[in-house]
Write a protein that binds this ligand. Structure first.
Ligand code: FMN
Length: 201
């Protein structure tokens, strides 16, 4: 099983978040971690249709690439997820993945009847986000979304790497210090995961 799932959430294959995430992945690999790279734009994942087929056994009733992406994320000790800021929110690709994970929420709280206060963060996540503008509240929306998304995955936010003022493809390359920071945090993330016990999914 890989140690880390790295989710590339931008529609732009070689955009700013992808550059930063690749740097974090390289850092983690240098520290000995095995990384499973998931480029969301390459998968066919429908939005949640709110039909609650998952009420039966926690399994999402829509059969598409979601199931394999979910299983790959759940089997790792850590998740790196990168998203551009789109209208102060995550990208559509990331939002669709989050919404489909409502089936995990249903499984935990409705099917298995886990008490809400029994939330246990057994795994860790690193969030990377990039926006073009410099507003103070630029990341407020996605940080709330990520917090609750991670809860569903039994995960806690280990760190967030948030970068303002990057817009055009390649802008991040003008900031080697950002790429260096992502690399360094990737290394440290891999080290932090050594204490996390293996998951079976
Ligand atoms: C649909 C869309 C919506 C966007 N909304 C915002 C926004 O609300 N705030 C902001 O600062 N940048 C916004 N941007 C700019 C992107 O966040 C920025 O270009 C970022 O660097 C893209 O990252 P990527 O190259 O990894 O895709 C938007 C871009 C697009 C295409």
């Amino acid at each position: 099983m890989p140690d880390i799932a790295a989710v590339f959430g931008s529609p732009r294959r070689n955009g700013n978040t992808a550059g930063l995430l690749k740097s974090a992945v390289a850092g983690a690999q240098q520290a000995g971690a095995e990384v499973d790279e998931i480029i969301l734009r390459d998968y066919k994942i429908s939005p949640c249709q709110e039909i609650y087929g998952c009420k039966k056994n926690g399994e999402c009733a829509i059969e598409d690439d979601f199931q394999q992406v979910r299983d790959r994320i759940l089997s790792c000790k850590g998740l790196m997820i990168a998203t551009p800021i789109f209208f102060y929110a995550v990208s559509a690709q990331v939002k669709i993945l989050m919404d489909r994970c409502q089936s995990l929420w249903v499984k935990k709280y409705w099917v298995e009847k886990t008490p809400h206060e029994k939330h246990e963060a057994v795994r860790k996540g690193l969030v990377i986000a990039v926006g073009a503008t410099k507003g103070k509240k630029l990341f407020d929306g996605i940080l709330l979304s990520m917090k609750y998304f991670f809860e569903v995955l039994d995960m806690e936010v280990w760190d967030t790497l948030l970068y303002r003022g990057l817009d055009l493809q390649g802008d991040v390359l003008k900031h080697p210090e950002y790429l260096d920071q992502a690399h360094q945090r990737g290394r440290e993330f891999a080290a932090a995961l050594k204490t996390v016990r293996s998951q079976t999914g």
